[in-house]
Design a protein around this ligand. Structure first.
Ligand code: URA
Length: 437
């Protein structure tokens, strides 16, 4: 039994309440999050509560209070206007996908259009990659900044992508680790409060959510993705953050690469005015949303890609964090080519299979503390809609350990569907829906 704001709560009673499909009071939520962060509620008790929430859900009020309590477990960052030199803040968060390197060209592009992008990012776990892992493949680049360094870079360069400090929503860090090993990640109230507590605590005034839908995403169907998007948009609006969400396709990987240095190289191609069309399209679409949410409608980000100003900001952003934008990116020691099995038209290329293959090659980690190989990953030579010739390269696998190739190839068995030559496959649009506050 413990006391919080004059009321007494008991962890077992809180668990029973949610188990029996009743609503938790604000006081009970504040107490359980605070007590769990301090270690007064045990992991097994929080695991039982998370499972009860996954099974029985939460009301909008409960989700909002839960999010507030996670923000209050740490420090809410302030981004003083004078430090930002008049730039409005705007950020993007993706729920995670395969080949999703969009933050890399997007943050400097939006900064080149006059906004400040204060992005606190994470590392990858499982088959989806993490933005920090990708950036860490740039020689010298460091993910950790002090708050003063963060603010100075935001004002001078306009974009920062770095690791969140330990004090940003610490309740979420502890709870996310627990959910990861207790089968309780896939709960819309828990995902929404986890993502939004960190984004609200980060202090951005505007936020664009890229909610991925499909085989390579948490949300496998559009209805659940829409519900997650609506929940997060409502949380943002309740907390004074102008929030919009796009539902985007993750049945097929983004771009032609999945893996850390491979994705940095592709992002630099986009910043040079080239790159795969889907990566360019999503970068520009999200940039327009971020700028509109920040009240900067008059600038066309396509111009800033073409005139090199986004590339200039990228170079300054990399240098400000100790990286060398001109250094050669690490390459894997070994490569292995997987040929197309037949002639025909590529109809589908499964994102999950490519994500697992990249992970098995060493690009991802199974546990938080595992190292990643900077050069490992999968390079795709075709995307849905392309004409294939049997025997020609379909994938190139990259890894420092050639013994990983067989398991990666196993993951790719059945990853593609091929229709007879002359077929016109129905290709899904990249942007599926938009949810506004
Ligand atoms: N990303 C997060 O930050 N939290 C979740 O719960 C899921 C994805």
């Amino acid at each position: 039994m413990s006391d919080f704001s004059g009321t007494t709560f008991d962890a077992v009673e809180v668990i029973r309440t949610k188990r029996d499909r009743e609503e938790l009071s604000d006081g009970a939520i504040d107490w359980v999050i605070d007590a769990y962060t301090r270690g007064a509620v045990a992991d097994e008790q929080m695991a039982a509560l998370a499972m009860a929430i996954l099974l029985n859900g939460m009301s909008r009020r409960e989700i909002s209070t839960w999010t507030d309590a996670m923000i209050a477990s740490g420090t809410r960052m302030s981004l003083p206007a004078e430090a930002l030199r008049g730039r409005p803040t705007t950020d993007k968060h993706s729920t995670g996908g395969v080949g999703d390197k969009i933050t890399l060209p997007l943050a400097p592009l939006v900064a080149a259009c006059g906004a400040a992008v204060p992005q606190l990012s994470g590392r990858g776990l499982g088959h989806t990659g993490g933005t920090l892992d990708k950036l860490e493949s740039i020689p010298g680049w460091r993910a950790t900044l002090t708050h003063d360094e963060f603010l100075a870079q935001l004002g001078e360069v306009g974009a920062v992508v770095c690791a969140a400090s330990d004090d940003l929503a610490p309740a979420d860090k502890k709870l996310y680790r627990l959910r990861d090993v207790t089968g309780t990640v896939e709960s819309i109230p828990l995902i929404a409060s986890s993502i939004m507590s960190k984004k609200i605590a980060e202090g951005t005034a505007a936020l664009v959510l890229d909610v991925k839908v499909g085989s390579g995403a948490f949300m496998k169907d559009a209805d659940s993705a829409r519900e997650l998007a609506r929940t997060m948009v409502a949380l943002g609006s309740d907390h004074g953050v102008r929030t919009v969400a796009l539902l985007t396709n993750m049945d097929t990987p983004l771009g032609l690469t999945a893996g850390n240095a491979l994705e940095v190289r592709e992002s630099v191609e986009v910043l040079s005015g080239g790159g795969p069309p889907d990566v360019v399209e999503l970068t520009l679409t999200l940039a327009r949303e971020m700028l509109a949410a920040a009240g900067l409608d008059g600038v066309d980000p396509a111009d800033r890609l073409q005139d090199g100003s986004a590339m200039d900001v990228w170079r300054r952003m990399v240098r400000a964090q100790g990286g060398d934008p001109d250094a050669a990116l690490p390459a894997a020691r070994e490569t292995s080519v997987v040929p197309a099995p037949a002639d025909g038209v590529l109809v589908s290329l499964d994102a999950y299979a490519v994500g697992v293959a990249a992970w098995r090659l060493g690009a991802g980690r199974a546990r938080k503390e595992d190292p990643v190989q900077a050069g490992a990953g999968v390079q795709m030579h075709a995307k849905p809609g392309a004409v294939l010739r049997g025997g020609e390269p379909l994938f190139t696998l990259h890894s420092d350990d050639p013994e990983r190739f067989a398991r990666a190839e196993e993951a790719l068995v059945g990853a593609v569907t091929i229709a007879p030559e002359g077929s016109r496959p129905d290709l899904a649009p990249l942007v599926i829906d938009r949810v506004d506050g």
